[in-house]
Design a protein around this ligand. Structure first.
Ligand code: 13P
Length: 305
């Protein structure tokens, strides 16, 4: 059944001249099906460079929206129209405008986990892989507003020594991982390296060994001499970690760290999406052009590691 489904998708994908992009949090079957699996920055770069006519985005809405902003001539499909991001919904363009009115001289950096309207109100966009590099590149005498993730914002503030104006947004999936989970995992696997995503809360990050984006986790695990790893992020990434490192062991810091929105994408929905050319993600002009300026700056800056 699954082989048949894969075959149908491959055939239709070729007919439509489509490319399938999948985030590291997707289920294993989707990651294996995709032409490219990666973190938010890698996927944005792929979307902006592909010569396919159609991009099937296996991820959440802001990721498909980002692809539609960067590649307006392509058809961008999100296989489940309800695959959203609660973190992205935690700030509206109106709320950001209010914050900007309070700090009229500030530059605005927004995390890619945000709506197109919020990006359009921002000077720079970033992902967790290059947030510190983006902030480091800003003039030292400038105030900086960082939205919407407070935990990534605090991490970037510490790393760069900049005093950022933060917004109290957070990822509900990463918030489910507690310091207690990490302590328990460390007791069970004392020799393991703990990798945490910057969206994790401060008590989690305080006792971890590495703070990395999902793409950086994959790179770090491949290059590390360690044999065991505790992974404090959405559990979907364990699939690629295991696949790329057959001799190493990976343990989820918490089995609760499952993003229900990422998991809305299924093989069937990918097939239906290509059959019906649904759901097309479009960003109206001029929101798109304004958001593109912030996103172009994001895709231009690579992470330091
Ligand atoms: P990455 O950019 O590290 O892949 O993270 C994406 C994300 O949405 C984290 O919740």
């Amino acid at each position: 059944m699954s082989a048949q489904l894969t075959e149908k998708i491959r055939k239709l994908k070729a007919e439509r001249n489509a490319v399938i992009l999948a985030h590291n949090y997707q289920t294993g079957d989707i990651q294996d099906l995709a032409d490219f699996t990666g973190d938010s920055l890698e996927l944005s770069r792929k979307a902006s460079q592909t010569d396919a006519d159609v991009i099937v985005f296996c991820g959440v809405r802001f990721m498909a929206e980002t692809a539609a902003i960067l590649a307006p001539e392509k058809i961008v499909l999100l296989p489940d129209k309800h695959a959203g991001c609660p973190l992205a919904d935690m700030i509206t363009a109106e709320q950001l405008r209010d914050l900007k009115r309070k700090h009229p001289a500030a530059l605005v950096v927004c995390y890619v986990n945000s709506s197109a309207e919020v990006k359009a109100q921002s000077d720079y966009c970033c992902t967790s892989a290059n947030a510190a590099e983006i902030v480091e590149g800003l003039p030292e005498d400038k105030e900086i507003i960082f939205v919407p993730d407070q935990h990534l914002g605090r991490f970037v503030g510490e790393k760069t020594g900049r005093n950022l104006i933060l917004w109290p947004g957070y990822c509900v999936t990463h918030a489910a991982i507690t310091q207690d989970d990490i302590k328990k995992a460390k007791t069970a696997f004392p020799d393991a390296v703990v990798m945490a995503h910057p969206e994790c809360t401060e008590p989690v990050k305080e006792i971890c060994d590495q703070i990395l984006s999902t793409g950086q986790m994959l790179k770090f695990a491949r290059q590390s001499e360690a044999r065991r790893f505790i992974v404090a992020t959405e559990t979907g990434i364990i699939h690629s970690l295991k696949k790329q490192n057959p001799g190493k062991e990976f343990f989820a810091a918490s089995e609760r760290a499952v993003c229900p929105n990422m998991k809305r994408i299924t093989m069937e929905k990918v097939l239906w999406s290509l059959e019906d050319m649904q759901y097309q993600i479009k960003v109206p002009e001029p929101v798109r052009t304004r958001a593109k300026t912030a996103l172009d700056r994001m895709v231009a800056i690579l992470p330091a590691k």
